[in-house]
Design a protein around this ligand. Structure first.
Ligand code: AZF
Length: 440
């Protein structure tokens, strides 16, 4: 059985994805302000290898060669994010023209190379000055976000036809304000749920603003979703899976597509629930043109905690390789919600890659991509309107709390000399997207 590009509709998009803080570097250049991740990386113990994004892949300076690299892969599109602190160093008010100029050059560079720009407005690099005023826990940040969206849309306008407001609001709220592994590193569930609500409010306010500025553009949001499976059919395990599905998936899908929070989880959260004002759900459930789904793995839930099926293989992040979960997730979303076209906006795996004689034989990552592209095709065959697939990631980059200790790229980055080296997985992807009938 081989997975081929012709297994997908002709207009299906294949792309690669990155994000600003993870690849750009140049954190003190051309007027960029501090983000919460610059602050977080300076706090001892927060990042596993003690690093930060101050240099990263030096993409701020190497972007022309990186766009050449993306073009050489033969993909249709490039998913990237704009750093809010480059556009508004204080998170509000004065606009830094040099920041806008950078992204204008980058977008024009994509268009010149026949690459469709898929822009994400917020991939976690909140201006520190807004965090100083409470960050996403402060409802005002939602309105500052809409103002920032206006600035970007006014400059990049029709050249960018696809705008995602947020990347993974679960990470920007629960992982960041409740679990504390991501910036700003708090551990307060009430704060986290307030942050989640204001992120979704900001999404809605930004969509409202952008509808007028970039009419005809495709506006959406990107969610990291994880299908939750019960460890057994025992009632307590089934309940554990439903709770996991509720807190991880439905807490974000429901406000966007149903204009409400899921009642079971709302009740479970008790006093920690966010303050919802009149009109909030009208904003959060603004009609959108696409849903981005970031899929990496599933969870297997038992009453006493998560289970790691021994028969599965695991990535360098400790995530189970479970491609069927992607198909199941897409079919479920399509069944339970009225969704617009879906893009797989991130899918990929970290493995401990070794550079051997100038090559990286990342066979496990090749198998991961093959299986998940196949799983995406299976969902399409089952009637899910999947419009595209973006591999995470174009190149190795700063993997947040893991620093540079985890490599997700299909292109190897030698951080000592900033060389980019195509791994076998890049070559496989190239054969797939350029219709050279990649075999499975
Ligand atoms: O952990 C891998 C990726 N997950 N989604 C968000 C990205 O920024 C991460 O690198």
């Amino acid at each position: 059985m081989t997975i081929k590009r012709t297994d997908f509709p002709d207009n299906f998009i294949f792309g690669v994805a990155t994000s600003s803080y993870q690849i750009e570097g140049a954190t003190n250049e051309d007027g960029r302000g501090d983000s919460i991740w610059d602050t977080f990386c300076r706090e001892p113990g927060r990042i596993q290898d003690g690093t930060g994004g101050d240099v990263a892949c030096d993409h701020y300076h190497l972007w022309p060669q990186d766009l050449d690299l993306i073009q050489s892969l033969g993909v249709d599109a490039y998913r990237f994010s704009v750093a809010w602190p480059r556009i508004q160093p204080d998170g509000k008010g004065p606009v830094n023209q040099k920041g806008l100029d950078f992204y204008e050059r980058l977008v024009d560079g994509m268009l010149e190379r026949g690459l469709q720009p898929y822009l994400t407005l917020y991939h976690w690099d909140l201006p520190q000055t807004l965090q100083d005023e409470g960050g996403w826990v402060n409802r005002e940040t939602a309105y500052r976000f809409a103002e920032y969206a206006r600035v970007v849309a006014e400059r990049l306008g029709g050249r960018v036809r696809s705008y995602a407001t947020l990347n993974e609001p679960w990470c920007s709220s629960i992982l960041s304000y409740q679990i504390g592994e991501h910036a700003p590193g708090l551990q307060d569930r009430r704060a986290a749920l307030a942050a989640a609500h204001h992120l979704l409010l900001g999404h809605g306010e930004a969509v409202k603003v952008m509808r007028d500025i970039v009419p005809g553009s495709s506006l959406g949001i990107v969610l990291n979703l994880q299908p939750a499976y019960p460890a057994s059919d025992r009632e307590e395990d089934v309940a554990a899976a439903r709770f996991a599905d509720g807190t991880f998936n439905r807490w974000f899908l429901d406000p966007i597509f149903r204009g409400e929070y899921p009642a079971d989880i709302w009740d479970a959260y008790g006093e920690d629930v966010p303050t919802v004002q009149d009109g909030d759900f009208a904003a959060t459930s603004q009609p959108i043109d696409f849903l981005g789904v970031n899929y990496y793995s599933r969870s297997v839930n038992g009453a006493t905690g998560n289970v790691r099926p021994s028969e599965s293989s695991y990535t360098h992040m400790g995530w189970e390789v479970y491609p069927q979960g992607l198909t199941d997730l897409l079919v479920r979303i399509n069944h339970d919600y009225t969704v617009p076209p879906v893009y797989i906006t991130e899918n990929g795996a970290a493995y401990p890659d070794e550079l051997e004689g100038g090559r990286v034989h990342d066979a496990q990552r090749v198998e991961y991509f093959k299986a998940h592209v196949q799983a995406t095709s299976d969902a399409v065959q089952q009637g899910v309107n999947v419009a595209g697939y973006f591999a995470w990631s174009l190149m190795d980059n700063f993997e947040w709390a893991f620093g540079y200790s985890r490599r997700f790229g299909m292109v190897y980055v030698d951080y000592g000399n900033q060389q980019r080296i195509l791994k076998d997985s890049a070559k496989w992807y190239q054969t797939l997207v350029t219709r050279q009938d990649a075999g499975v």
